[in-house]
Every structure is written in C-alpha cells, then in structure tokens.
Design a protein around this ligand. Structure first.
Ligand code: AMP
Length: 399
C-alpha cells in the first residue's frame, strides 16, 4: 500500500510517500515559494537529494512536478499515478464538524470550505491541495486528517470561553486546540514507553509554532492554542497569550486597523517581535554575545512554558511524563534544561549529561535516575501519523 501524505500551505506543499503498513519512507520533500518564478522543489530518497528552481505558478503545477518525479524511471518509485492507494491530507481546522479522520467526498470538501472563516490562512490551501491531488492521483482514496480533531476530547469546562453561551454557539467560538496530529503521535510513543494503562502526560510541541497539551490516558484535556493558533506560548512570530484589551487599546486610541493588529500579533510578534530574529539558534547565539533583548526573550519564553506546565500538572493532578518535540523541543538542550530548572517540587529533575545527546532518532530519556517525572525527547512525525490514521480508517471501512 502506497500512501502519499500532503501538507499544503498557501505557498508550499510538504510531502512524504510511505509504504504501509511497513511505515517505510520512500521519499520526502518540499515545494516552496509556489506562485513565484524561482520556486524550489526539493525531493529526497534513500539514494539522492535533488533540488530544482523553476516557475511553479500554482499547487497544480507543483504536484504535477512531484508526480513526474515519482514516475521517472531513475527514481523508480511508481509506474503509474494509479499506484498511489491513498493520499492523506493534513487539514488544519475541522471545527466542530470533524471529530475524526475522514474520507473526502464533495460534502466533506464543502464543510472544509465552510470552516475557512475559522482558519482563513490554512483551510483554503489545504482544500486546494485536495482538489489538485484528486485530479492527479485519480484512483487514490483521499483522506483528511484534522489538526483539531484530537482536541475534541477537551471537556466543556476547559473548551469554553466565559462569554455568553449563545454567542459562542452562534459564532462557533471555543478552544479548538492545534498541533493535534503531532501531540497524538508523540503521546502514543510516550504511553508505550511508560507501559502503563493510566497516564498523565504533558506534551510540548516547540517549533516555529508552539503548543502544550495536557493528556490523561492518551486523551487531550487542554491545549494552549485556543480558538486560533495565536494563543498560548510565545512562538516564532506569534505573540501567544495577550490581554484582549491591548487590541481595543491599539484600535481605539491609535487607529490601527484589525488587519494591522492581526499581522502584528501573528507575523511580527513572538520571538521575532522581541528580538528581530525568529530562529531560536540565532537568538541563543546573540544572547551568548550579550544581546539583552535576546536574553530577555529567552527568559520570557521559558517562563511562559513553565507557567503552563504548572497549570497542566494541576489540571492532571499529577504528572508521569513531559514530552519535548518539534524543532526546538527535539534539538535545543538549552531550552529543555531551563524549562526543567527549579521544578523539583513537581518531581521534575533533568540529567544534564543525558540532555546533551547527539542524535535525535528514537526516544531519548533525559530525566535523572531518581526523578518521579519522566522527561522524554520524542521526534514528531506528523506525516507518518497521517498515513497511519488514513490506513486505519480505510481498513475499518472495509471491515
Ligand atoms: P519546526 O517548526 O518544528 O520545524 O521548528 C523550527 C524551529 O526549530 C526553528 O525556527 C528553530 O527555532 C528551531 N530549531 C531547529 N533546530 C534547532 C537547534 N538545533 N537548536 C535550537 N533551535 C532549533
């Protein structure tokens, strides 16, 4: 069974092709700067990595280049586009309409489109990827895996905002939670590691976007990204938690438009807004050289994460494990060390030597021998999770 996974953004498509159920990655890559004459196509297999720069005006042309490459006799991955059995699509917002992974029909596409008001930056390109894939991989089953679906288990007392209930209902306002595919993948691995039936886990997805999830027995109980992915932790360019009256203040007193404020909070804030850099490696290097803004931004970032860990440990009434994942979680020993500092009252104690490991394949346990709480670094694999969920869905549909 060949499963192609697509993550279609407004100007990019990430892809991975798996042989399932073996979970063998056949190829992976990225189409970037779609809509530009100098768009980039990166394609890698076990044998080669290739990069092309060419005019890719839209998603259709991008996926056609991908199909051509898959079919090329040198790569020898498929003989016909009909060899692809399933295309699994990451769809960011499933709203209240999708609690589960779903086979795509016209009705499903209409619903994904209707949810674009909740995710204007994400759902339209996700849908475009689906529609183009349908025309290229005609025999494949198309399956949508939603980033919000995993968080549908968040209980009412945690998923509601304290605004009039009829208002929330009418305008679909609630905590949706995001990065669900990643939190689900790493928490399943953590549960296997713990080897116990009941578990209390905090999962930290720290990448360009950041979110933290409280999980009880594998179910999401809360997530720091609420109604939208702006909320919660300090991210690459997103502010995380802010008092909403800052928005009124900027609009009423200083005449900023809603568009300007939205751009400010989503694209010009977070670590970038605080320092001028959004890559943590640059910020850390600058902080080391004495850059005060970078030092403060790191302290703020770490403080916010610790605050959420404390809150979620209370939500769970205990803690078995903290999982670190995504670009920063998997690679920054500095962040992991400082997040875990002075948290011994919760049973958190990090082993510095174990924390400074070299490679990040597989699960790395970085807690000290006597620690109550396991500290686990688990590389996320959202694409594999999508492939697995799509295969499970279709196997269940056949049974
Ligand atoms: P992601 O969104 O998961 O791809 O994560 C991307 C982010 O991870 C980058 O913007 C960096 O801030 C961060 N990152 C990647 N590698 C490292 C590293 N070795 N040390 C610190 N941060 C890293």
């Amino acid at each position: 069974m060949q499963v192609l996974v697509l993550n279609s953004g407004s100007s990019s498509i990430k892809f991975k092709l798996f042989k399932m159920p073996e979970e063998t990655k056949l190829c992976a890559g990225l189409i970037e700067r779609i809509g530009h004459r100098d768009a980039k196509f990166t394609f890698s297999t076990q044998k080669e990595t290739l990069q092309l720069t060419r005019d890719i005006p839209n998603h259709k042309v991008g996926l056609e280049i991908l199909a051509k490459k898959l079919l090329h006799k040198d790569s020898g991955i498929i003989n016909s586009t009909d060899d692809i059995n399933i295309v699994g699509h990451r769809v960011v917002h499933g709203g209240k309409l999708f609690r589960d992974t779903t086979e795509i029909t016209q009705a499903v596409k209409d619903k994904i489109k209707s949810l674009s008001t909740l995710a204007p930056l994400h759902n339209p390109p996700n849908l475009e990827g689906i529609e183009v894939a349908e025309t290229i991989f005609k025999k494949a089953k198309q399956v949508a895996v939603f980033d919000t679906a995993f968080h549908q288990s968040i209980p009412d007392y945690a998923n509601k905002y304290a605004i009039p209930i009829d208002f929330s209902e009418k305008h679909s306002i609630r905590v949706y939670g995001f990065h669900g595919i990643s939190h689900e993948y790493v928490s399943e691995k953590a549960i296997q590691y713990l080897g116990k039936k009941h578990s209390k886990i905090i999962s930290l997805h720290l990448g360009n976007g950041c979110s933290i999830t409280a999980l009880k027995d594998g179910k999401s109980m809360d997530n720091s990204q609420g109604f939208s992915p702006i909320n919660g932790l300090i991210m690459g360019t997103r502010s995380g938690d802010v008092d909403p009256s800052i928005i009124f203040h900027l609009a009423e007193k200083y005449d900023y438009s809603i568009d300007e404020i939205s751009t400010l909070l989503q694209k010009k804030s977070g670590m970038f807004g605080l320092t001028g850099y959004n890559d943590l490696r640059d910020i850390k290097a600058e902080a080391k050289k004495g850059n005060k803004a970078c030092q403060l931004a790191l302290e703020m970032n770490i403080y916010r994460i610790k605050k959420y860990i404390g809150a979620y440990a209370a939500v769970l009434n205990g803690l078995d494990a903290i999982v670190f994942t995504a670009g920063i979680g998997e690679n920054s020993s500095y962040m992991r060390q400082h997040i875990c500092e002075d948290m011994d009252f919760l049973g958190i104690s990090l082993d510095e030597e174990k924390n400074n490991f070299d490679s990040n394949t597989g699960i790395k346990a970085i807690h000290s021998d006597t620690a109550k709480v396991k500290l686990l670094v688990i590389p996320t694999n959202e694409e594999l999770e999508i492939a697995k969920q799509a295969c499970d869905l279709l196997a269940n549909n056949l049974n």
